[in-house]
Write a protein that binds this ligand. Structure first.
Ligand code: PAF
Length: 290
């Protein structure tokens, strides 16, 4: 496994990886898993999928300041490079890119990649500028790695929709591969931010997966709609005294249009998406009904 901290090292490592793969009779295809580090089993599952589908598995670890608001958790975002590298090695990663902020942004940038429409609701409404930061860094990573495939977890369903739209609009040749959300045994969606939760907050945060887990039962009720599913989720979350709802929405997927009138059998996928704070920690989760 080669660990690159500069763009030159990254390009050399990718070229060497592709050359070795083609020398072995492979196609030299590159699968990229972009992350902000503090890896968990969800990230490991993305690396495993990338390992299955590509000759060269590449991982980026970069806590991207552009996607954090001024009062958000950029400074305290959890970091553990040694542990991340051990996980990457265990999953058979070929190339890890761990740049400093000065490598990714060596001078004040005058270019922002901004996806309209899809970024105006859900996390885009609560975190102004967040998706500009994501789209800008992901497009830089796509230019640097030129991957054949890029792997993203569906816990960030809006991010997947935004990255897909950007990829299509800007003619990146990469294929975006959405991967299922991994959960802890008790149901909590895996997230690097779970480490912030106190034991009491973590216990109460289980209400999120409990609410989403009830959706299949509610779907069987006559006359159920997107709006009613949303209300039921809000009511369930309301049983946890520490939960402060940022949003709970029923929207179409991947278009993210309001879907209060949605009914089972409509033929349009429905995304039930939520963001809820427990203390200072904001958690997101969702359920996609396809
Ligand atoms: O999902 C994340 O970890 C980040 O938003 C990403 C895609 C690595 C961009 O910084």
């Amino acid at each position: 496994m080669i660990v690159a901290t500069t763009i030159e090292q990254l390009r050399d490592a990718l070229a060497a990886g592709k050359k070795a793969a083609t020398g072995r009779g492979g196609k030299g295809e590159v699968g990229l898993v972009p992350t902000m580090g503090y890896l968990h089993e969800g990230h490991a599952s993305l690396l495993q999928r990338a390992r299955l589908e590509n000759d060269v598995v590449a991982l980026s670890i970069f806590v991207n300041p552009l996607q954090f608001g001024p009062n958000e958790d950029f400074a305290r975002y959890p970091r553990d490079a040694e542990r991340d590298l051990a996980i990457a090695r265990k999953e058979g990663t070929d190339v890890v890119f761990m740049p400093d902020v000065t490598v990714m942004y060596p001078r004040p940038s005058q270019t922002t990649v901004s996806v309209s429409g899809l970024t105006e609701s859900l996390c885009g409404a609560s975190r102004p500028g967040h998706f500009d930061g994501v789209a800008t860094v992901v497009s830089k990573l796509f230019h640097l790695f030129d991957p054949d495939r890029a792997y993203f977890g569906m816990k960030d369903a809006q991010q997947v929709a935004v990255v897909r739209q950007m990829t299509d609009d800007l003619n990146f040749r990469v294929r975006i591969v959405p991967c299922p959300t991994l959960r802890e045994p008790d149901g909590l969606a895996m997230s690097s931010r779970n480490v912030y939760l106190s034991p009491e907050e973590r216990e109460q945060a289980l209400v999120l997966s409990r609410a989403l887990g009830r959706v299949d039962g509610w779907l069987a009720e006559p006359g159920i709609t997107g709006a009613r599913l949303r209300e039921r989720i809000v009511d369930t979350i309301g049983t946890a005294p520490l939960a402060v709802v940022d949003y709970v929405e029923a929207v179409t997927y991947p278009g993210l249009l309001p879907a209060g009138d949605w009914q089972p059998g409509d033929g349009t996928p429905l995304l039930l998406a939520l963001a809820v704070k427990f203390g200072r920690t904001r958690l997101i989760d969702n359920k996609l009904i396809e």
